[in-house]
Write a protein that binds this ligand. Structure first.
Ligand code: GLA
Length: 689
């Protein structure tokens, strides 16, 4: 393919010394695998380093490469896994002429999945320290193409809103500086050719398996070539690499398709299901849970929790989750974080007794934790004030009245592990919701030498991964749900440890539709935590039917977040039926192909989506109306992913349709009265037409 690279003398684009007098060779215009700062490439680069005199400028050159069967892994970090038959690893070794760094580019190739993963290992092979200023995970250079950048911005209770922006000669930067992947931007982006839609066109998705600060830069150079870089946040990234020390860049997962956005999303869904989520939850259906947060907030007793559980068990719920407030002196946001001792006075019993009571109802039992945080009003903070991120001489920024523990320190992680293990050991707790309720500020580690403070945020994320790995090892059957004020740390790295993540603190189903729509581009429905909550909704006050709330929560892990003792008999009957239905359809959520049927941003009339079995033998269609009119035009929803030639029977009405009719003519949205009406239709293939 080398013919694709054309050589021209480009003014003001310098030439490497060893090109001699050949002015047609320039790093400024050539596609580069790992562009670095200092070799005459003036575009945004992926790698930069300086020596201890502050002199930057490097020029990484090819040394050797190897290709081996199987996929590499990254010690202490999340990475795609695959069997030896499914993947190959390419390692390309690079060296710099001046700086003593050895750089290894890692490529994992999964041909069946049209997926390439990338990571970078950087080693100081010299006698002197080197400072890494930038070490992105991947760079993609495109010789041609007119792209849009699709990215997913948001805020607390409004995560992952799709924005599609043409890539121009102005560089675009998205990312997080918050220490977590964040509500504000997601480390998943798509480069889509302008004309690419759901069902056609070329697009490339890049997902960073990293739960900390990140940055993605995209822009066209002056010769209309597009460059994308993705990796950890380079701002304030000063990573001191001492002699012999190794730095590993998190893995970027790249998937390409020519068949449009639906196909790209389905490829990511399958990759996450089969190659990121690990046993025992890989491919496993998840319990329907009830969580007490919106029912009680921190105001509960053990008896109250049992009451909620009893009613839920009676209606078919599998698991009771006790949320925030069960430990230390935690009765409000202001105290208790860091003190992971069971508040038996508040519960009126021990945690073992409470778990046993819940289990006697035939339910499983789960617990909320927020291990990375500390309130100043806690015994932990009083004993170890230097364990929290506080910069000497500066008052820390508080958020939700809490500080962040320095998880870059092993003894801090050890202490929190020990406290939590003594609650969890032998308790029979089946599930943990692991929360993280603020952005990080005042990054300073009391034990890290002055020059090494630039490592703290990176090591912090490794500390969080270490914590979760220890939890997984000690309680192998436990289900861990990630959470960060809802979906503030919803990334592919997290999914390696937590097979599901609470999608958003927004439980209003109409708001949730947009959030789940955006999330669906990069992540499968079975990892999106979604619950039915009360109406009027706690966040927005919006009134919606219980059926609508369930239809939306079923495009997720499905559960409840209210006191079912307080709902009408009619709603209780509805809940019982919803759980039965969900269990019939759950294999579709877990293993089906997901299709977005309406445009989540432009369509103000209704939202529709469907899940289809991979063999097309059945499908579940969901429609929610967003607006209501009298005497309105009939609207039709066109289905996808069916067998055009087969007959499908609506399981409820018994009526049959051909797949072709459903896909090419569509189904009329039923006549309805009232706001936010929702329907589901389970279609079963009867016979080939
Ligand atoms: C976060 C979570 C909520 C709940 C609270 C508890 O906001 O997203 O679901 O657990 O914390 O404090």
């Amino acid at each position: 393919m080398s013919y694709l690279i054309q050589y021209r003398d480009r003014g003001f684009s310098g030439n490497p010394f060893d090109a001699g007098m050949d002015r047609t060779i320039s790093c400024d215009v050539m596609p580069l695998e790992y562009p670095c700062e200092g070799n005459g490439d003036y575009r945004h680069t992926a790698f930069g380093a300086r020596d201890m005199r502050g002199v930057s400028g490097c020029d990484l050159r090819y040394v050797s490469h190897t290709i081996k069967q199987g996929k590499y892994s990254l010690p202490g970090m999340p990475a795609v896994f695959a069997s030896d038959a499914e993947a190959q690893t390419l390692r390309v070794e690079l060296q710099d002429e001046r700086l003593p760094v050895e750089v290894t580019l890692l490529y994992g190739v999964l041909p069946e999945r049209d997926c390439i993963t990338r990571s970078v290992i950087i080693r100081n092979a010299g006698q002197e320290d080197v400072v890494l200023e930038n070490a992105a995970s991947a760079a993609l250079d495109f010789l041609t193409g007119d792209f849009d950048l699709m990215h997913f911005y948001g805020r607390h209770t409004a995560e992952r809103t799709l924005e599609r922006t043409p890539v121009t000669h102005q560089e675009m930067v998205i990312g997080s500086r918050r220490g977590a992947s964040s509500h504000q931007q997601n480390p998943f982006v798509i480069l889509a050719e302008h004309e690419t839609g759901e069902d056609h066109g070329r697009c490339i998705g890049v997902s960073l398996m990293w739960s900390g600060s990140f940055s993605c830069r995209v822009g066209k150079d002056s010769y209309d070539q597009t460059r994308l870089t993705m990796g950890i946040q380079e701002e304030r990234f000063n990573y001191l690499l001492t002699p012999g020390e190794v730095f590993t860049a998190p893995e970027a997962v790249i998937v390409l398709t020519d068949c449009g956005l639906t196909d790209l999303s389905q490829r990511f869904h399958q990759l996450i299901s089969g190659h990121i989520i690990r046993d025992p939850w890989k491919g496993q259906e998840r319990p329907v849970l009830i969580n007490n947060w919106e029912a009680t907030y921190m105001d509960f007793t053990g008896e109250k929790i049992v009451q909620i559980a009893r009613q839920a068990a009676e209606l078919g719920v599998d698991m009771m989750v006790l949320d925030d407030g069960w430990f230390g002196r935690r009765s409000s946001d202001h105290d208790g974080l860091g003190d992971w001792q069971v508040n038996e006075a508040k519960l009126g019993c021990t945690m073992h007794e409470l778990a046993a009571k819940v289990k006697s109802l035939g339910m499983r039992f789960g617990l909320w934790i927020e291990p990375e945080m500390v309130n100043m009003a806690s015994d932990l903070f009083r004993q170890h004030p230097d364990w929290a991120f506080i910069i000497p001489g500066k008052q820390p920024v508080r958020s939700r009245d809490q500080l962040v523990l320095d998880f870059s320190r092993r003894e801090v992680v050890d202490n929190i592990c020990a406290q939590l293990f003594s609650v969890l050991d032998g308790s029979g707790i089946d599930y943990i919701k692991m929360d993280m309720n603020r952005s990080i500020n005042d990054v300073y580690s009391a034990v890290m030498e002055r020059q090494s403070q630039g490592k703290v945020l990176y090591k912090y994320v490794l500390g969080v991964y270490n914590f979760m790995e220890r939890l997984r090892k000690r309680y192998p059957a436990m289900l861990i749900e990630g959470c960060s004020g809802g979906g503030g740390r919803f990334d592919a790295g997290m999914l390696y440890y937590t097979p599901q993540i609470w999608c958003s603190d927004m439980t209003d189903p109409i708001e949730r539709i947009r959030i789940q729509y955006g999330t669906s581009f990069g992540y499968p429905v079975h990892c999106m935590g979604a619950h039915v909550s009360v109406s009027p909704n706690e966040q927005t006050g919006r009134v919606t039917p219980i059926n609508t709330r369930a239809v939306v929560a079923m495009a997720g892990t499905f559960g409840y977040e209210l006191d079912l003792n307080l709902v009408s008999e009619e709603d209780k009957a509805a809940v019982r039926q919803q759980i039965r239905d969900f269990k019939c359809w759950q294999h579709l959520m877990q293993d089906g192909l997901y299709f977005r049927l309406t445009d989540g941003l432009d369509n103000r009339e209704e939202a529709a989506w469907m899940l289809t079995a991979k063999d097309r033998s059945e499908a579940l269609l969901s429609i929610v109306t967003l607006d209501i009119h009298d005497n309105a035009p009939i609207r039709y929803i066109r289905l996808k992913g069916l067998d055009a030639d087969a007959l499908y029977r609506d399981a409820q009405s018994g009526r049959t349709y051909t797949g072709a009719a459903l896909m090419y003519a569509g189904l009329p949205v039923p006549k309805h009265r009232g706001e936010y009406v929702a329907w589901q239709m389970h279609l079963i293939r009867e016979q080939h037409a």
